[in-house]
Write a protein that binds this ligand. Structure first.
Ligand SMILES: *Cc1c(COP(=O)(O)O)cnc(C)c1O
Length: 379
């Protein structure tokens, strides 16, 4: 039995007819850029997310960059970002000449908190990028209240959590990516809604800002060859939009499959280690659903790397997302500032291990993974 971190082939085979026909139709039409499928997908995704504007672009990193460009931030403005995240969230800040201010994360949910953001505030703070890491929302209500109090823009990095839903204390529900000033996502193949190449999107509720985002993604032009702002060239191509439009219809079913797999891991792993002596199971935020982009354990007593190697020897893949927190990355040494000690980010980087998680997992595969863990700890 072959075990993989993700199984895009198995997922494809179930939607093959529809995907193949869609791709063939794009080739037949030769409308490779801005074909009708791009608008159709934008509309369907907007409906799925509850009516937000959707601007499609080339990848998730571009989505973050375009969002920051549209907000008109100036050199020296500070943008707060969690220290435990994928590099994109902080890279684009520095790329635009803004200052990334790294803050610590909650050691259980891996997500940034309002308290940590508050500690990093200075008069130069202009925006915050909460990253909904591994598939569950940050606790947005206090973050949005803090942003309101200090006039901060909120740019949600929703690359890992599309489809997750946050519940406010008054019972109101919102999809991740639609709560802040702007939301950004990636359609990289292994993301929960992934295409067969690169893709991304920016979400925005405000009509005027959405128009500006669309303009910036298209060379800063509203009228062809008339450029009113410095923009970039960032497009979702028609073939990718076609694939995404098919997969969007299955997104909730994919999230359900991931939840079932996570519940099965939880049950089997809790049986192995009921008191959390050897490892800790991923924590849930009560106010968010989880879409399980990753199923991430924390391994106690510095045994993470040994465990990873032990599993690899038995054909069981696992991944470390992420081995270095931002404050330990060479690229950020001179461009970023730490708002406070970043001990949890460092501790997470040294203890996390993500297990195979995808829509095609079977109990047989998961039993093999759990068995490998049992053998490693001699349980
Ligand atoms: C994948 C990812 C991105 C970047 O997306 P790309 O499409 O690869 O540019 C940004 N932020 C987070 C948290 C991600 O996981």
């Amino acid at each position: 039995m072959e075990i993989n971190m993700v199984d895009l082939k198995g997922q494809y085979l179930k939607i093959k007819d529809e995907v193949d026909a869609g791709i063939q139709a794009v080739i037949d039409s030769s409308a490779f850029i801005n074909g009708p499928a791009v608008n159709a997908f934008r509309l369907h995704l907007s409906q799925y997310l509850g009516g937000t504007h959707v601007v499609a672009c080339a990848n998730g990193t571009d989505a973050l960059q375009i969002a920051l460009m549209a907000l008109g931030l100036k050199r020296g403005d500070e943008v707060i970002v969690p220290a435990f995240t994928y590099v994109s969230s902080a890279e684009v800040i520095a790329l635009l000449g803004l200052t990334p201010v790294m803050v610590d994360v909650d050691p259980l949910t891996f997500n940034v908190t309002a308290e940590n953001i508050r500690k990093a505030l200075t008069p130069a703070s202009k925006a915050v990028i909460p990253v909904h890491l591994f598939g569950q929302s940050c606790d947005m209500e206090p973050i949005l209240a803090l942003a309101e109090e200090y006039g901060l823009y909120v740019i949600e990095d929703n690359a890992q959590a599309i489809g997750a839903e946050y519940t406010f204390s008054d019972g109101r529900k919102a999809k991740t990516g639609t709560m802040g000033t702007v939301g950004c996502t990636s359609f990289f193949p292994s993301k929960n809604l992934g295409c067969y190449g690169d893709g991304g999107a920016v979400f925005c509720q405000d009509d005027e800002l959405a128009a500006k985002i669309a303009m910036i993604a298209n060379h800063g032009q509203k009228v062809k060859y008339h450029h009113s702002a410095i923009g970039c060239n960032s497009r979702l191509d028609t073939i990718q939009a076609t694939v995404l439009d098919v997969k969007l219809k299955h997104l909730d079913e994919y999230s359900r499959a991931r939840n079932e797999a996570a519940a099965y891991y939880d049950r089997k792993l809790r049986e192995l280690d009921p008191d959390g002596k050897y490892f800790r199971l991923p924590a849930r935020l009560p106010s968010s659903t989880h879409v399980w982009h990753q199923y991430t354990l924390k391994i106690n007593d510095g045994r993470r790397d040994d465990m990873k190697a032990f599993l690899a020897d038995r054909g069981i893949p696992s991944m470390i997302y992420y081995p270095l927190p931002l404050q330990e990355q060479e690229a950020f040494r001179d461009v970023a500032r730490a708002g406070e000690p970043l001990e949890h980010a460092a501790e997470c980087a040294h203890s996390v291990l993500s297990l195979p998680m995808h829509t095609e997992l079977t109990h047989e595969i998961q039993d093999a993974v759990v068995n490998g863990i049992r053998e490693f700890f001699k349980l």
